[in-house]
Design a protein around this ligand. Structure first.
Ligand SMILES: Cc1ncc(COP(=O)(O)O)c(C=O)c1O
Length: 446
């Protein structure tokens, strides 16, 4: 038995099974179930369930815990703020942590242009508001989104999302004026091109063609892009593509919205993934790891664009709640004082190397290893030649790992991608244990 994976019962254990029965009777069955166990406590990269089993967490609550579970700075900041006050609604009675968070994000988001921020409660809500702001600024209706995109589950965010099952099936009609274009995907490029080598080609041409066939550029308020598609399967957009996208937006007066809900806060080895390309976005969306476990989302962008909506046009009762702002400030402190970006790169290199070792051992079904920094993933296929997505075997690897004490999440249009969203604060020992379990899970399933 590995040291930090103290698995004491079968998974799920008896207490989790009991709670699951209650869940089935009390909670809508529309909510998915990624793992069958119930949490009791969690610290750093370790999560203990109600039966006393401890797991190494490579999921981080879906990319929320880049600083780790219950980071001491975050917990302390929330406690301190809770002692003072819990809520006023920022635009009823203002408070300083909101301003400080806006100031710090304005300074962190790349580019020299003066910035403004505002806060909401989730990633989807931030997406909705970024589009509102872009429409208000440009006085145009349309939005272009990419294949493999995930932007959330509210009406507009769901419309922007590019996966029908489970996100869109049965939920039509969708929001109007959303247009979809192909996204770079080297492993499945129809022209068989490797875009990391600087293909200047077909995907971008498809975007330009969309201006001819589907929507005139003068109708387009915004193009929204994840620098590395998250739920879509951890597929990085090549830097040259993002730079060309910037030029295209400038040429046509289109707002470039960069969705960093999953890629932000060190997940790709830089504070924001867009930094790899050197591009200054017009609007940048944050959520997930910004709050270190507290619900908060944000839009940060060029002042001229952010200030376009009329007074009172933006808002939400809880957005930028004092507890969430205090937590987010503690997250930014942790990045500054604990050198988490350097750690992210070390963790990323180690994960990538381990994944390549697994691929070398199982070239028949590990079709692709890719990602950026610790945002790393493996795409599983039935065989290397056909590249047919293998969702079934992906599920079996995840299940085998869970039984040994490693929590993994999948991604991808065909749910055949295993991704890592481990806390960047994970210790070397925990990381090695997690990667050992991962490799063993592949051996077992093979
Ligand atoms: C890139 C991206 N955008 C938006 C969202 C939606 O965020 P939330 O679930 O907080 O609404 C997600 C969630 O996974 C995401 O990964």
């Amino acid at each position: 038995m590995l040291e930090s994976t103290r698995i004491k019962t079968e998974i799920p254990g008896p207490k989790s099974r009991e709670l699951m029965a209650r869940r089935h009777n009390a909670v809508s069955s529309g909510l998915g179930i990624a793992t069958p166990m119930f949490a009791k406590e969690a610290k750093g990269a370790l999560l203990t369930d109600v039966d006393g089993n401890t797991f190494i967490d490579f999921g981080g609550g879906i990319g929320v815990l880049n600083v780790g579970h219950a980071h001491p700075r975050v917990v302390e900041a929330v406690k301190e703020q809770a002692e003072r006050f819990l809520h006023t609604c920022f635009y009823v009675t203002e408070y300083e942590p909101y301003i400080e968070l806006a100031e710090r994000l304005n300074a962190l988001v790349p580019g020299d242009t003066e910035k403004r921020s505002f806060f909401v409660n989730s990633g989807a809500e931030a997406v909705e508001n970024a589009v509102k702001i872009a429409r208000s600024y440009t006085r145009r209706p349309s939005v272009i989104a990419f294949e493999n995109a995930f932007h959330g589950r509210t009406l507009l965010a769901m419309t922007l999302t590019s996966k029908t099952d489970p996100y869109k099936k049965g939920f039509a009609p969708f929001a109007p004026e959303v247009y979809r274009v192909p996204a770079p995907y080297p492993y499945r490029c129809p022209a068989n091109r490797d875009c990391s080598g600087g293909c200047q080609g077909d995907c971008f041409a498809a975007l330009e063609k969309a201006f001819v066939s589907y929507v005139h550029p003068q109708s387009v308020a915004a193009i929204i892009v994840e620098p590395v598609s998250g739920e879509g399967g951890f597929i990085p957009f090549p830097d040259f593509y993002l730079r060309k996208l910037r030029e295209l937006c400038d040429e046509h007066g289109i707002v470039m919205i960069v969705d960093e809900v999953q890629t932000g806060f060190g997940r790709t080895g830089k504070m924001f993934a867009i930094e790899h390309s050197g591009v200054e976005p017009d609007l940048l969306i944050t959520a997930k790891s910004l709050g270190g476990g507290m619900p908060i989302g944000g839009v940060t962008g060029k002042a001229e664009i952010m200030d376009a909506p009329h007074v009172g046009g933006l808002g939400t009762t809880f957005g930028g709640n004092p507890l969430a702002c205090a937590a987010a400030l503690a997250v930014l402190d942790a990045f500054e004082q604990e050198d988490l970006l350097a750690r992210a790169n070390v963790v990323g290199e180690r994960i990538m190397a381990a994944m390549h070792d697994i691929q070398e051992k199982h070239p028949d079904f590990v079709g692709d290893v890719r990602g950026r920094g610790p945002m790393a993933a493996m795409e599983l296929v039935e065989d290397a030649a056909s590249r047919t997505p293998d969702k079934k075997r992906t599920g079996r690897v995840v299940e085998a790992a869970l039984q040994e004490g490693l929590l993994l999440l999948t991604a991808g249009q065909y749910s055949n991608v295993i991704r890592t969203l481990a806390p960047l604060s994970i210790t070397d020992d925990e990381l090695e244990e997690g990667l050992t379990i991962l490799a063993r899970a592949f051996d077992q399933v093979a």
